[in-house]
Write a protein that binds this ligand. Structure first.
Ligand SMILES: Nc1nc2c(ncn2[C@@H]2O[C@H](COP(=O)(O)OP(=O)(O)OP(=O)(O)O)[C@@H](O)[C@H]2O)c(=O)[nH]1
Ligand SMILES: [Mg+2]
Length: 207
């Protein structure tokens, strides 16, 4: 694999992001080279909004008020060697069981086989953090030794003190993991916490 150039300031790369393709399957993704970061989380947690916030775009990733709209592995290119993947949301009750099973298989294959996958941004709605399915994903990432950064998104929906309490409780709950999981407060709507998130991404995207 070609050596990846390091860059002291990646921020400008994020704004040059463009949509490449939607894959229904791992096979349809671009070649497994360079570095990839994936955004995961429950339906409606705000994954696509987070992606739009990172790339400072209003509509790069489709944002929907109807949960479960992102059904494909949406691939965005930052540069020749770096990509961001917006994964389909999980845990949306109205999705037919067959589609849920298909999703599980796809994500399972993606997370276990994708060599370029460097880390996961796990987006949670700060009003309902650490649901069973989030914990299942966290446990799973421990098994496959994948770095995870948790965003407590929609911070603008909570009071400052409620947000501080949620942050403390979530941080405590995550401290049980041996493979460290980091967590921060975020609002895709207001851009709160963007600098902190970009610092994590910069670290993952560098060699
Ligand atoms: N108030 C507030 N609303 C947000 C924030 N982030 C996302 N939303 C809203 O939450 C809803 C879902 O956002 P999406 O970005 O589509 O969520 P998603 O996780 O990509 O959803 P799926 O692709 O369906 O799984 C939209 O109505 C967004 O406008 C935030 O930080 N604050
Ligand atoms: Mg989405």
């Amino acid at each position: 694999m070609a050596k990846i150039k390091t860059s002291p300031n990646m921020s400008s790369h994020y704004q040059k992001a463009y949509f490449l393709l939607s894959a229904a399957d791992v096979k349809q993704l671009p070649p497994d080279e360079g570095i990839e970061v994936a955004i995961v989380g429950r339906s409606n947690a705000g994954k696509s909004s987070v992606l739009n916030c990172i790339t400072r775009s209003k509509k790069l990733a489709r944002v929907s008020k109807t949960p479960g709209r992102t059904q494909l592995l949406n691939t965005f290119v930052l540069d020749d060697e770096r990509r961001l993947i917006d994964l389909p949301g999980y845990g949306y009750a109205k999705v037919p069981i067959a589609a849920k099973l298909k999703w599980q298989r796809t994500i399972d294959e993606y997370m276990t086989t994708r060599i370029s996958l460097k880390g996961l941004i796990l987006v949670m709605d700060a009003r309902h953090p650490l649901k069973d399915i989030d914990i299942a994903v966290l446990d799973y990432t421990q098994d496959v030794d994948l770095a995870v950064h948790v965003l407590l998104n929609k911070a603008d929906k909570l009071t400052r003190s409620a947000m501080a309490k949620t942050f403390r409780e979530t941080k405590d709950a995550l401290s049980v993991y041996s493979n460290p999981v980091t967590v921060q407060v975020f609002s895709a709507e207001k851009g709160t916490g963007l600098k902190e998130l970009l610092a994590v991404l910069d670290g993952w995207y560098e060699y």
